[in-house]
Write a protein that binds this ligand. Structure first.
Ligand code: SF4
Ligand code: SF4
Length: 391
């Protein structure tokens, strides 16, 4: 005898989806055009039609456990062809954001960072923290003489904030992702047919080459913007690790000239010391430039998407704007330092830059950047199930 399956609709969840931008959800009449045109949807149990139905019914528990919503790369081919203007691409994007909030540890951080209405509270945390540190250490004033950022906000203070809080963020992220993995794998009716490690390696290769983006039709341009932001971030992460190596292992603060200590590191060769310094600076600036260019392109593409009848959520706008502002304030601070702008402007720009960097790094388990890890986990799982579309 067939067994009955009991679903529990969550009306509040439907309301939240609609409020977050999925107000077109109810227009879907299940024609399945979206599943047919989606270049990334598998033949068996394709998406996004079934997710539209589940979202209409408020089947929150099922959607939170779904790995399929992470196979979508938000190309919006489906939204373009949807005869009802139900915007399935946008609905899936909102669902992914909800999954991050649901799995967030601690939960209130998911709400704080995930809801763009809380942006001022989220930014107030680093502002207050930095002001307290500067005030308590007697640095809450504009230093005299040449603009040197470490005179205003010493590197040790920055490390004292960022190193432990980054460690905490990694721990919170690990807990959030393990929650997600547990829910996703427990909620699957299929059994894995492949091992974890080979599936993960295949997933990472696919992500590094952005192979899936290339399958999209409507929004192919997003691939370039995504590649620039992605590698810009990786470059800046390497730069940060490299700077820590220079400071604490070589004990050489690079912004300063090649001195005796630097010469002793490089066996007395000034040319080698300068070459090392220049390579570091070029790498750091190239990474920042990629981030900046990627940020501009993300904004440009978002504006273009408006023309193809899609709704970019304020969550996406917020992230794109912050990425752009991090790049802009970083460059401006550098330019102001070397071109003799009024010191107060240079230090204020640097302070804003640090606040934005805090937002990007410390809030990573709850922000748009968390997508990278959630998506990697979900694609790995679908590869283990052999459910993924072959590239
Ligand atoms: S979202 Fe649009 S294309 Fe997809 S099933 Fe609904 S009405 Fe059809
Ligand atoms: S946005 Fe693109 S990848 Fe996502 S469901 Fe629609 S067509 Fe598929």
């Amino acid at each position: 005898m067939a067994q009955d399956t009991v679903f529990t609709p969550d009306v509040r969840f439907v309301r939240e989806l609609k409020k977050a931008g999925g107000d077109t959800l109810k227009k879907c009449y299940q024609c399945a055009t979206c599943s047919v045109v989606c270049p990334l949807s598998p033949d068996d149990k394709p998406f996004p039609r079934k997710e539209m139905l589940m979202a209409q019914w408020g089947l929150k528990d099922e959607l939170i456990k779904s790995s399929d919503i992470w196979l979508c790369h938000n190309c919006n081919d489906c939204s373009k062809y949807c005869p009802r203007g139900a915007k399935p691409g946008d609905v899936l994007a909102i669902l992914r954001k909800s999954v991050i909030q649901e799995n967030a540890f601690p939960r209130f951080m998911g709400k704080l960072v995930g809801d763009p209405n809380n942006i001022w509270q989220a930014l107030a945390i680093p502002v207050v923290l930095f002001l307290v540190i500067l005030g308590a250490t007697g640095h809450l004033h504009i230093p005299e003489g040449e603009v040197v950022f470490s005179k205003f906000f010493p590197v040790e203070f920055i490390d004292g904030v960022f190193v432990p809080l980054s460690g905490l963020a990694v721990l919170m992220f690990a807990i959030s992702i393990s929650r997600f993995w547990k829910n996703m794998t427990a909620g699957s009716s299929m059994k894995p047919k492949a091992e974890f490690m080979p599936s993960l390696v295949e997933t990472l290769k696919e992500i590094m080459t952005h192979a899936k983006f290339k399958k999209c039709d409507e929004n192919k341009d997003r691939s370039v913007a995504h590649v620039l932001v992605f590698y810009g971030f990786i470059g800046l992460a390497i730069t940060t690790g490299w700077a820590v190596f220079n400071l604490y292992i070589l004990q050489w603060e690079l912004p300063y000239a090649v001195d005796e200590h630097a010469l002793s590191i490089f066996g007395g060769s000034a040319a080698a010391a300068w070459a090392y310094k220049i390579i570091f600076k070029l790498f750091a600036n190239a990474s920042a430039l990629m981030l900046l260019a990627g940020g501009f392109l993300v904004i440009k593409n978002r504006l273009k998407e408006r023309a193809v009848e899609t709704t970019t959520s304020s969550f996406d706008w917020l992230f794109a704007s912050i990425v752009l502002l991090v790049g802009v304030t970083g460059f401006l601070a550098q330019v102001m330092r070397v071109t003799g702008f009024p010191a107060v402007l240079a230090y204020a720009t640097y302070f804003i830059h640090l606040v934005l960097v805090f937002y990007i790094i410390i809030y990573v388990p709850y922000s748009k950047l968390a997508h990278f890890v959630y998506r990697t986990a979900a694609i790995t799982w679908t590869k283990m199930l052999k459910r993924d579309v072959e590239m």
